[in-house]
Design a protein around this ligand. Structure first.
Ligand SMILES: [Zn+2]
Length: 474
């Protein structure tokens, strides 16, 4: 079974064009939801012992929670409960049963996450606004496209938001909200199936946003093609070097690639220089308080911009890599293995006499690159065990031809083996070794599983049986 992947698409509500009544309604809905969720969280906290499930697990029993909070007049399923201890229907009369249950789900999720992270869960009132997750399978909302509408192309209709009671009859008031949907958003929304949404208010910008939660269920990746392992050695100057190990050995000519990104390197240097200049100005004791505050504000916004730019370059570079991997996947039964530098930052402490190395090692964002690679491939239907991060220690100083440790690196890029005289690029040697290391792990098993260092998951060796063909190249 291939894993289901969830993504979020964030779309802004055109709050400029909506009426003040609608805006007030939005405020009312989210405020009321927050109060209900808080009420649930409190109830769970004070009745923790009663709500524990049967098998001694810590999970909250939702049926028992309903017994405490919701009245019922149904005679068929459960005995009718005309009164309960914490009557939510009485307290929030304009809220529908479905909305109450959605709030319950959120409160239970909050309680569970608190249980995992804290020793003693909170029972204090949570101050910030808590978004309620509205589920699609209950038909709580509709998303419609109206191409001829001049206000907005896409409209979100939220059902029975704030029911109004008149003369003992409940009317479901629908709320239609115009969305600022760009072609990008339209494309993203078509990629998966909408599972749920959340209405979120950003008080600083005074903006309303809808977060759509999509699920992707990619097709399973199967093939009868020859097995191959793509070794990726992540680097700092060269962003990555890839080498492909197939039943015919490491393919020399076309499948060895150096992924460098010169624009990013110059950009990084420029940003560092600008920051250094600003910090130098700040260190001057003669400047006034106003100047200092302005400088601090500038520094903050510049750092934000820098982070955004780095994220963008990472995405473009990983997209290129993914495109290449997918093209290889058409020809081979491909497994991708990335060298994961463990403890590389440990030696880079202040005063180790290597300030330049220290700086570039700490700026190196290998973890984000591997995470992005994994995520983007999972969207294309790749199983988790087909892309692994394994330790890369000693791969740069071992000969990839004879396996000798008696080697030298006269300069950073060149690698020379003293045993067999093999000479090649050092990063390329590393990527070959990484590809071979995975095969070695599988064929000479010290342990019965392989650990992925990024996620910490263990995969059984039977998933990698195809590697017997590759044994001759070790
Ligand atoms: Zn050698």
């Amino acid at each position: 079974m291939s894993r289901e992947v969830r993504t979020t698409v964030k779309v802004k509500i055109k709050s400029v064009v909506i009426t003040s009544r609608k805006r007030r309604r939005l405020q009312q809905i989210t405020g009321r939801d927050t109060r209900i969720i808080n009420h649930y969280v409190k109830t769970i906290y004070h009745n923790k012992d009663k709500l524990g499930s049967k098998h001694g697990k810590k999970k909250v029993n939702k049926a028992k929670l309903d017994h405490l909070t919701l009245t019922t007049s149904k005679k068929t399923l459960t005995p009718p409960r005309p009164t309960v201890r914490h009557d939510l229907k009485k307290r929030f009369p304009r809220c529908s049963q479905n909305e109450l249950q959605e709030c319950r789900e959120n409160a239970v999720a909050i309680h569970h996450s608190q249980q995992q992270t804290m020793e003693e869960p909170h029972h204090t009132y949570l101050q910030s606004k808590l978004p309620r997750t509205q589920l699609a399978h209950r038909k709580r909302f509709v998303l419609t496209c109206s191409p001829n509408n001049t206000i907005a192309r896409w409209w979100l209709g939220i059902r029975d938001s704030l029911d109004s009671k008149k003369n003992n009859t409940t009317t479901h008031a629908k709320l239609w909200l115009p969305l600022a949907c760009s072609p990008y958003h339209e494309y993203k929304l078509q990629q998966g199936k909408i599972k749920a949404l959340e209405l979120i208010y950003y008080p600083k910008q005074r903006e309303w946003w809808v977060h759509f939660i999509l699920s992707h269920s990619p097709e399973k990746y199967t093939s009868s093609r020859p097995p191959a392992v793509l070794g990726i050695d992540l680097g700092i100057n060269k962003r990555a070097v890839t080498a492909l190990l197939t039943p015919k050995g490491v393919i020399q000519r076309h499948e060895i690639r150096f992924w460098s990104d010169k624009t990013r390197k110059t950009m990084l240097n420029q940003h560092e220089q600008t920051i250094a200049k600003m910090q130098k100005k700040l260190a001057n004791p003669a400047i006034s308080t106003n100047q200092r505050q302005t400088l601090l504000r500038q520094l903050k916004s510049f750092r934000k911009k820098k982070r955004a730019e780095h994220r963008l370059t990472d995405h473009t570079y990983v997209n290129k890599l993914v495109k290449y991997i997918l093209s290889l996947g058409k020809r081979y039964d491909l497994y991708v293995v990335v060298g994961f530098p463990i403890n590389i930052r440990k030696g880079q402490f202040r005063g180790n006499q290597r300030p330049y190395t220290r700086k570039i090692v700490h700026l190196w964002n290998y973890r984000r690159v591997i995470e992005l690679l994994k995520f983007k491939l999972s969207l294309q239907g790749w199983e988790e065990h087909r892309i692994l991060a394994i330790g890369e220690s000693w791969t740069s100083s071992t000969c990839s031809r004879c396996g000798s440790y008696h080697t030298q690196r006269p300069t950073q890029p060149t690698f020379i083996c003293n045993t067999c005289g093999y000479q090649l690029n050092a990063d390329l040697n590393g990527s070959k070794n990484i590809a071979k290391r995975l095969v070695k792990y599988v064929l000479q098993p010290k342990y019965s599983t392989i650990k992925d260092l990024l996620t910490g998951k263990y995969f059984p060796l039977r998933l990698f049986r195809v590697f017997t063909v590759l044994s001759q190249w070790l």
